[in-house]
Design a protein around this ligand. Structure first.
Ligand code: ZN
Length: 276
């Protein structure tokens, strides 16, 4: 044992992803006294601008969007009690197929080894016990999320791996319920027919999920963290639900354990099972 605090590191692509995917675990573990480190890889400049102006539309100023999103990110970290925010500062690559994918400085065009070396330095500094990022498809195919997965995998090799490594996921049972609620609220939510979509299906069958963490006690905080990112159109979806419903749907966060040296039995309900 060392006197080093147990440490959770979450590696995310954009400002707001910390809240959507891991707001519950970040808030819960911070409250339990675990050191929490958020690494945000891009500046989010391809996000919506003030007043909902979309990238490429007149009046969308990427530098101003990045500055606004930085403030929103700091507010979200405050709400979630995140101890350390580290910004890699790469350019947001936009959705797959956008010109921004190949823009100079975009995260997507940054060599994996180059960004991974910077992340590995952060891992050597914080020595996380648990590292969380996206799966190899970036959960839903966003290039920056895919790149976050790649640099995390490489950084773990460079720094010497953490005892436990997880990918975020969503249970299909929840995705189905989510679709229902969205339709009820009048949001556009199209569920692709199986085999129709070019994108791999989002989430996993419930039985393939290894780790279910109950963060419902922190559902309100997660909601407030997302509310800090209300400038982004897609977050309005979540906020429309209201706190109670949001917590019911999004209060339990799910993961796939992809590396483990603790031998903690699966399924588990704690990212730190076997470490304390
Ligand atoms: Zn994102």
């Amino acid at each position: 044992m060392t006197d080093r605090p147990l440490t959770l590191m979450a590696v995310h692509a954009h400002p707001d992803d910390e809240a959507t995917g891991t707001g519950g675990v970040l808030a819960r573990y911070a409250a339990e006294g675990i050191r929490t480190v958020l690494v945000t890889c891009t500046d989010g400049a391809c996000g919506d601008g003030p007043g909902g102006v979309k990238p490429g539309e007149a009046g969308h100023d990427p530098a101003a969007v990045a500055a606004m999103r930085r403030q929103e990110l700091e507010a979200s970290c405050e709400v979630l009690g995140i101890g350390h925010l580290e910004l890699l500062g790469y350019g947001d690559s936009g959705m797959m197929g956008w010109a921004a994918n190949d823009a100079p400085g975009s995260f997507w065009t940054t060599p994996v080894d180059e960004a991974a070396a910077r992340l590995a330095d952060l891992m050597r500094h914080y020595r996380p016990d648990v590292v969380v990022t996206y799966d190899e498809n970036g959960f839903y195919g966003h290039p920056d999320h895919i790149q976050a997965n790649r640099i995390t995998a490489r950084a773990l090799e460079l720094a010497g791996t953490a005892p436990k490594v997880y990918w975020t996921t969503a249970p299909r049972s929840m995705m189905a319920r989510f679709g229902e609620v969205m339709r009820e609220l009048g949001a556009e939510w199209e569920e692709p027919e199986p085999g129709e979509s070019e994108m791999p299906e989002i989430g996993l069958p419930d039985e393939e999920i290894t780790t279910w963490v109950d963060a419902t006690a922190f559902g309100g905080r997660k909601f407030d963290a997302l509310a800090a990112h209300a400038s982004q159109g897609e977050n309005i979806f979540f906020l429309k639900m209201g706190k109670e419903r949001f917590t019911e749907l999004m209060g339990v966060e799910t993961f796939v354990r992809v590396h483990d040296t603790t031998g903690a039995e699966l399924p588990e309900n704690d990212l730190f099972a076997g470490l304390r």
